[in-house]
Design a protein around this ligand. Structure first.
Ligand SMILES: Cc1ncc(COP(=O)(O)O)c(C=O)c1O
Length: 470
């Protein structure tokens, strides 16, 4: 007879006031990427439930979530198929590991499904618990690959300033966020950075196409500076997400591919944001026209319903590791977690059934692009960019001169405050206002979001004028 104790799950969200939640939060919960002291004084916003593309907070406000949580809820909130998959798997086998020469059916099924939806060079996956762990795995795997091939001096990984690859020691080192490097003694050795392909900020005076080639040439210059025989890989996000939804010129990625091929360097596409339909193709590398050797995946793989990440390992690397590598001394307790894998399988099948990738590619993506382009008439807007269902609006002081505001003024944060106040989650990266809404978003919901964005831009403009900043 089993000894299970039945605990009645309390409906916690109904039991405390917002104030009480905030006090308990401030007393015990240290939030990621947060000034702990400042938040404890201000109090968190408490999100209690969600459906489709809308959140609800503890005060009963309805909020349009134009960030898909944190770039992850691709199928939207409240999808019963994912809940059912988790429940079934939790009942049948809540956990077993993949260390002891064992595997569970959901993890195997997911590996097989990933081999189908990813580009053809990918037939193998290494599972992790998150995108950061995925990028740590990338660092160890590419260095191991070159070791096995008898080229252990190939250690250096090149990435980009203002790229984001997670928050573990290796992830944050690959990332090019100076604030992150300043805390904890980063980057770790043998990770170097080149400038980002941010045309609006750095390419004025050149066409986008010209600038794309120039920005790619910085990779070649860095390879020559380091010594090609020492370079293991280049890693980048197809579209920089956390850096501000920076969509590179069309000439950039093909040139990067050419340079990696020329020097026999592995190309790694960090698809943690761009994967699973975000750019209007299954993976961002397909939108950008590259053929990476490795891809980091996470977020949209489960639509964020449960943590899961991984690395898709292309045939070039897999063959060497499988045939010559011996034991790869790396892995996580939750590599291939059966519940997470079951949810991912349900999520990927739902993306397929709903035709979300095609919908973004043919319908909602182009519609969002049109709508965002129309924002350029607004006095505050210097540039807009979209790629699939992600977009950025750059707020500037003088559009004719592409002149930004003084960063210390915090115009982006001002705008973000208006968004929150008007029931819209839009993120500010400096003065770049960004979105990445759930892929289930309809045209009517895009219209609803655009009306909110316009209202918030108008409110921000009024503030900026009143303060004499423009
Ligand atoms: C491109 C990219 N890579 C890696 C990560 C890290 O993923 P995680 O937060 O799951 O560790 C992120 C997170 O936002 C990301 O945007």
């Amino acid at each position: 007879m089993q000894d299970n104790i039945v605990i009645q799950a309390p409906a916690v969200a109904q039991k405390r006031t917002t104030r009480e939640w905030q006090q308990a939060d401030a007393a015990h919960f240290l939030h990621p990427f947060t000034d702990f002291g400042a938040l404890a004084k201000k109090g968190s916003r408490i999100i209690t439930q969600a459906d489709n593309i809308y959140l609800q907070d503890s005060e009963g406000h309805r909020i349009l979530d134009a960030m898909s949580g944190l770039w992850c809820v691709n199928v939207g909130y409240g999808q019963q198929a994912l809940v059912d998959a988790a429940t079934r798997q939790m009942k049948q086998l809540p956990f077993y590991n993949a260390f002891f020469q064992t595997a569970t059916p959901p993890a195997i099924e997911l590996a097989e499904l990933l081999a189908q939806v990813t580009p053809p060079q990918f037939q193998h996956v290494f599972f992790t618990g998150s995108g950061s762990e995925g990028n740590d795995t990338v660092v160890r795997m590419v260095r191991r690959y070159w070791d096995v091939l008898g080229q252990p001096e190939r250690q250096v990984i090149i990435s980009r300033k203002n790229g984001y690859h997670g928050s573990t020691m290796a992830g944050a080192s690959l990332g090019g966020m100076s604030g992150m490097h300043a805390q904890g003694g980063l980057p770790i050795p043998n990770i170097v950075h080149i400038d980002q392909p941010y045309w609006y900020q750095n390419g004025q005076g050149m066409s986008r196409e010209e600038f794309g080639k120039v920005a790619a040439s910085w990779l070649e210059a860095k390879i020559l500076e380091v010594g090609p025989e020492k370079v293991a890989a280049f890693i980048g996000e197809p579209v920089q997400g956390a850096g501000g939804v920076i969509v590179p010129p069309e000439t950039y990625w093909p040139e990067i591919q050419r340079i990696c091929d020329k020097y026999n360097i592995l190309l790694v596409s960090d698809e943690v944001i761009c994967g699973f339909g975000r750019t209007g193709r299954w993976f961002g590398c397909e939108t950008m026209g590259t053929k990476p050797d490795l891809m980091t995946i996470a977020k949209g793989i489960t639509s964020g319903y449960i943590p899961l990440g991984g690395v898709m390992v292309g045939n070039r690397v897999a063959k060497v590791l499988i045939e010559q590598g011996g034991e790869f001394e790396h892995g996580f307790t939750y590599s291939g977690h059966p519940v997470a894998a079951a949810v991912a399988v349900a999520n990927i099948k739902l993306i397929q059934q709903l035709g979300l990738v095609e919908r973004v590619h043919n319908d909602t993506g182009p519609y969002l692009a049109e709508q965002f382009a129309s924002l350029r008439e607004h006095p505050l807007v210097g540039e807009t960019q979209t790629c699939g269902l992600m977009g950025a609006v750059m707020l500037v002081k003088d559009k004719a001169k592409a002149q930004p505001f003084d960063g210390d003024l915090g115009v982006g944060m001002l705008c973000r405050g208006h968004c929150f106040g008007n029931g819209l989650i839009m993120r500010a990266v400096g003065d770049r206002m960004i979105i990445a809404p759930p892929l289930v978003m309809t045209r009517a919901q895009i219209d609803e979001m655009m009306a909110l964005i316009r209202r918030c831009l108008d409110l921000t403009l009024a503030d900026v004028r009143a303060k004499g900043w423009m």
